[in-house]
Design a protein around this ligand. Structure first.
Ligand SMILES: Cc1ncc(COP(=O)(O)O)c(C=O)c1O
Length: 422
């Protein structure tokens, strides 16, 4: 028993940060210790990730058990499919037509042989939707941020990021070799300090809705400060495009500040249920990034099959604003039900609702318990969030029925009570 407790303690003394470096001269020396820890995490059930799904990422999913060979049919609160587009029959039909016309892949970089009619049509549709002169497509949201920041910013320039921005923004900023400063999350006063009378080229980078906390950017104050310092502004609306604003154009539209923002980023993997990312802005920005964003330049174009499906999804989202209304009705319902039970949801006000657990160890036991009880809720721990800030992240979709949301709340409240969290 004592040995078992010791082994447990030792296991929990480690996390990802323990495996970045090794003292050996051999590049591979880190692999074996990491593998031992990784294998332990798997058998003990502390790695509830990459659990294979054999269905669409719909409101109910078929998952394979992590610790066994069984199949689970679960209510799904984990997928980003905010408007239920991934399984819309019209979207699937359009993707099938794309497959018939273009075949599977683009077989080329967009600047060589990989630009197809559907890519240009999608760019035009997105530009019209965003009400911007031009939209440049990228193969993913990740490569959008990396290519954009590397393509535009140079050594000696300054990038000022909210401390909670997505890894793709951090990676793009690092790749640009510009100076990078992080201001405290959603704290305009700290942004002001971080400018520190700096001269030269400056870019402020924020997100519309922050992906791990579900809170909304304090855009009006941030814009005011950025303008006062002659900085350009980039907003990543990965989780707010098609969701916020009268026309669904995002948080910038919601605040009436679209024209104040120089660079608008969106992804097609969340509300559109597909894949890809885009930059919306001026035609000169389009042309420059086409030549300098290396993650796009040196990578195969977005699959024309996905582009065809997404094009249809964008058109549906534009002609069916009631989908957005349904999503917001569901969000309100979910929030009210969680509030009835005093569930800690942090500062979230959006369709992303974190269930704060703040215990990096117990969250996995609770996640297993949720799955055994019929609910798929993904645990989020370090390095996706800071240590001791672990949480489940609920993604509400327009596709959920009220009955499904109620069932999900009943399950999660029952499990959290049994586990002593509530
Ligand atoms: C704010 C933000 N930007 C970019 C991305 C990357 O997008 P994608 O998954 O489409 O590559 C994500 C993904 O979660 C995100 O949350």
């Amino acid at each position: 028993m004592a040995g078992q407790i010791e082994a447990e303690m030792e296991f929990f003394d480690y996390d990802y940060s323990s495996f970045y470096y090794s003292s050996s001269d051999d590049v591979f020396a880190i692999l074996e210790p990491y593998t031992q820890w990784y294998d332990q995490a798997q058998v003990r059930g502390y790695a509830l990730y990459a659990q294979p799904m054999s269905s669409r990422p719909a409101t109910r999913v078929d998952l394979r058990e992590k610790l066994g060979q069984g199949r689970l049919n679960l209510l799904n609160l984990s997928s980003y499919n905010y408007l239920g587009m991934s399984a819309r029959p019209e979207v699937i039909a359009a993707a099938k037509r794309g497959l018939d016309q273009y075949g599977l892949g683009a077989a080329g970089s967009p600047v060589l042989s990989g630009t197809m009619d559907v890519h240009l049509e999608l760019e035009r549709e997105l530009a019209s939707f965003k009400d911007k002169p031009a939209v440049l497509l990228f193969p993913s949201g990740y490569s959008t941020n990396v290519g954009l920041l590397q393509g535009l910013m140079r050594p000696g320039d300054l990038i000022l990021c909210d401390q909670n921005v997505h890894a793709s923004i951090v990676d793009g900023a690092i790749l640009s070799k510009a100076d990078v400063r992080f201001f405290k999350h959603n704290r305009p006063d700290d942004l002001e300090k971080k400018f520190n009378a700096r001269r030269g080229k400056k870019l402020v980078v924020i997100e519309g809705v922050y992906s791990m906390d579900g809170d909304v950017c304090r855009l009006p104050e941030i814009v005011e400060i950025a303008k006062a310092h002659d900085a350009r502004i980039m907003i990543d609306e990965a989780h707010s495009t098609f969701i916020y604003g009268e026309h669904g154009r995002g948080v910038a539209e919601h605040f009436g500040l679209e024209d104040e923002i120089d660079i608008h980023v969106g992804t097609l993997s969340k509300a559109m249920g597909g894949q890809g990312g885009f930059v919306a802005g001026s035609t000169s920005l389009y042309k420059y990034l086409e030549g300098f964003a290396r993650s796009r330049l040196f990578s195969c174009s977005l699959s024309p099959v996905v582009a065809s499906g997404v094009l249809e999804a964008v058109r549906i989202a534009r002609r069916e604003p009631e989908l957005r209304a349904k999503l917001w009705a569901n969000v309100r319902h979910m929030r009210a039900r969680l509030a009835e039970h005093q569930v800690d949801v942090g500062d979230s006000t959006s369709q992303i609702i974190p269930l704060m657990i703040r215990d990096d160890r117990r969250i996995f036991d609770i996640a297993h318990h949720m799955q055994r009880s019929g609910l798929y809720l993904q645990p989020i721990v370090y390095p996706a969030v800071a240590k001791h800030r672990s949480r489940f992240r609920i993604s509400v979709s327009a596709a959920h029925t009220t009955g499904q949301l109620d069932e999900a709340v009943d399950i999660l409240v029952r499990v959290l009570r049994t586990e002593g969290v509530l």
